[in-house]
Design a binder for this molecule. Structure first.
Ligand SMILES: Cc1ncc(COP(=O)(O)O)c(C=O)c1O
Length: 466
C-alpha cells in the first residue's frame, strides 16, 4: 500500500498524540485552511510571509502578537517540533565546554544538542516511583539538595534545564525552583513540551502553573503534543533579560530548514490562538471537565489509574495486575485501541482536544477482556531506580565520546568501558545511557535488568570507546 492511502485508511480509537486526534480537535483556523484547494497553503518564504527568524512579514507579526497574548518578551514558531526549538535553546544558553544542569529524565533532544554544541550535561537525580518505574519532577527541597551538592563539588554551570510536566503528566510546583536558579544568576530553560495548555488562562480550573507564568527565561512548547497544532508545530518563548534575543535567532537559524512550512507556521498561530481566545478557552475548559469525568468514571469502574497532574492524560497501571504496559499496548493495538506511551509498568493514554464519546464503556469492556485474556503475567513491581548519584558528570566529553573510534561489545562484558552511544527507548525518549558515561557494574546490571522490560529498545551489544 502507498503511504497516502495508508494514512487515509488508518482507523481505530485514537488515544495518542498529536493531540488534535486525527483532526477532530484541530484548531479552527487550520480546519478552514485545509478545506481550501489542496496545496494552496504550501508556499515558500515569500516576503509577505517571512519566517520565524525574519523581522518582517506575517510570521514575525504573528509571533509578536502571540508573545503579547502570553505575556512573553518574544515568541518563535517552530517547524521541527519541540525537538528543534529545545536544541536551538540549548545551543543558545551555553558555550562549548560549559556545563548545563539538567534532570536525569531530560528528553534526548537536549542531550543531542549538547553533543552538537560540545556542552557538558550535569545530570541530577530525581524522585523515582518504584511501583510504576517513573521519574517524578523534583520538589524545591529535593532541588536545594542538588544545588548544595553542586556547590560542594564546585561545579560551575551556565544554565539549568527543567522538564515539567513529564510525558506521563506529572508536574511539581516550578516557580520556587526557577527563583532558586535565578539566585545563582543563570538562566533556566523549561521543556514544557507536554504542558502548553497550562499557559492558557482558565480561571478556576486547577492546572499546574506554566513555566511561562512562573518566570522561566526560555520555555519550549510542543504544539502538537499539548495544544491543537499539527505534528512538528512548536513554540519557544523568551522572557527576562538574562538571554539575548539575537543569540536565540542565530541558534534557530543554525538548525532550522531554509524552507519552513507555511502550513506549520499557520498551525502554530492557530493552536496558540485557540488557547487564548474566549471561544478556545471555553472549549478547552469543556475538554478538561470531560476528561476529568472520564478518569473519574474509569476509576469508579475499577480501572487502576494513577494520579497525575495533567487531566488530558491518564496512566493505566498495568503492572499492578502483573501485565507489562508494552504487552497491553500490543494487545490493544491489535483490537484498534491505540495508546500513546507504552512502558514496562504502565500505558499512558492521551485524550487531547478531540471528543471521546463512549470511551468509558469501551475501556471498561476492554480492560475486563485484558484481565481475562491469556496475556502473560509477571510479578513486575517494584521497579529499580537507575543507579545515579545525586549529581553526575560524564567521564569524557559527550562530543568526543560520540565521535570516538569505537567497538561493539556485548552489554554484559562492557564493565569499565565508556559508552560511545546514546541509548534511549522511544517513547519516552529518556536516555538510559549517554555517550561519555562510564559503564560501572551497577549501571550494566541495571541495564541488563531493563533489557528484560524493553527487549526491543535496549540492545544486547553496545558501542564503546576504543
Ligand atoms: C519531554 C519531551 N520534550 C520534548 C519532546 C520533543 O517533542 P517533539 O515531538 O515536538 O519534537 C518530547 C517528545 O516526546 C518529550 O517527551
Amino acid at each position: 500500500m502507498r503511504l497516502p492511502q495508508l494514512l487515509a485508511a488508518r482507523t481505530g480509537k485514537n488515544l495518542f498524540l498529536p493531540a488534535h486526534g486525527r483532526g477532530n480537535g484541530l484548531s479552527m483556523g487550520i480546519r478552514r485552511l485545509l478545506r481550501n484547494k489542496p496545496g494552496v497553503w504550501d508556499l515558500p518564504e515569500l516576503p509577505e510571509i517571512g519566517s520565524p527568524t525574519c523581522s518582517i512579514g506575517a510570521v514575525s507579526k504573528s509571533q509578536c502578537e502571540a508573545a503579547e497574548a502570553f505575556g512573553a518578551r518574544k515568541c518563535w514558531y517552530g517547524v521541527n517540533g519541540a525537538t528543534g526549538l529545545l536544541q536551538s535553546a540549548v545551543l543558545a544558553i551555553a558555550k562549548p565546554q560549559q556545563a548545563i544542569l539538567m534532570p536525569r529524565n531530560v528528553h534526548r533532544s537536549i542531550i543531542q544538542a549538547c553533543i552538537l554544541g560540545d556542552i557538558s550535561p550535569v545530570l541530577f537525580d530525581l524522585p523515582f516511583l518504584e511501583d510504576r518505574g517513573h521519574f517524578f519532577p523534583p520538589s524545591l527541597a529535593w532541588f536545594k539538595k542538588v544545588l548544595k551538592k553542586l556547590e560542594e563539588e564546585k561545579i560551575v554551570i551556565a544554565a539549568v534545564v527543567l522538564t515539567n510536566p513529564t510525558y506521563q503528566g506529572y508536574s511539581e510546583e516550578i516557580e520556587p525552583l526557577i527563583k532558586a536558579i535565578h539566585k545563582l544568576g543563570v538562566p533556566v530553560l523549561v521543556d514544557e513540551a507536554h504542558g502548553t495548555y497550562f499557559a492558557s488562562s482558565l480561571g478556576d480550573i486547577d492546572l499546574p502553573k506554566s513555566a511561562l507564568n512562573a518566570g522561566a527565561d526560555l520555555v519550549v512548547h510542543s504544539l502538537h503534543k499539548s495544544a491543537p497544532g499539527l505534528v512538528q508545530s512548536a513554540s519557544l518563548w523568551l522572557q527576562g533579560d538574562l538571554i539575548d534575543q539575537d543569540v536565540i535567532d542565530r541558534s534557530i537559524s543554525l538548525l532550522q530548514t531554509t524552507s519552513p512550512s507555511a502550513l506549520l507556521m499557520a498551525s502554530c498561530e492557530s493552536a496558540l490562538h485557540d488557547l487564548c481566545s474566549t471561544e478556545g478557552r471555553r472549549n478547552l475548559k469543556n475538554k478538561i471537565d470531560n476528561a476529568k469525568d472520564i478518569s473519574f468514571q474509569l476509576r469508579q469502574k475499577g480501572l487502576p489509574l494513577l494520579e497525575n497532574q495533567d487531566p488530558l492524560k491518564f496512566i493505566l497501571h498495568t503492572s499492578s495486575v502483573g501485565i507489562s504496559g508494552i504487552a497491553a499496548d500490543h494487545w490493544l493495538m491489535n483490537r484498534g485501541i491505540i495508546a500513546e506511551l507504552p512502558e514496562p509498568g504502565t500505558l499512558t493514554f492521551c485524550l487531547g482536544f478531540a471528543k471521546h464519546k463512549g470511551l468509558v464503556n469501551l475501556l471498561k469492556l476492554t480492560w475486563d477482556k485484558i484481565l481475562s485474556s491469556n496475556l502473560e503475567r509477571n510479578c513486575l513491581p517494584p521497579f529499580t531506580r537507575p543507579p545515579s548519584p545525586l549529581i553526575k558528570t560524564l567521564n569524557t566529553s559527550l562530543l568526543l565520546a560520540f565521535k570516538a573510534d569505537s567497538e561493539i561489545v556485548p552489554l554484559n562484558s562492557a564493565f569499565g568501558r565508556i559508552s560511545s552511544e546514546l541509548i534511549s527507548p522511544y517513547p519516552p525518549g529518556i536516555a538510559v545511557l549517554l555517550p561519555g558515561e562510564k559503564l560501572n557494574s551497577d549501571l550494566v546490571s541495571w541495564m541488563i535488568g531493563q533489557r528484560s522490560y524493553w527487549p526491543e529498545q535496549i540492545p544486547s551489544k553496545i558501542k564503546v570507546v576504543l
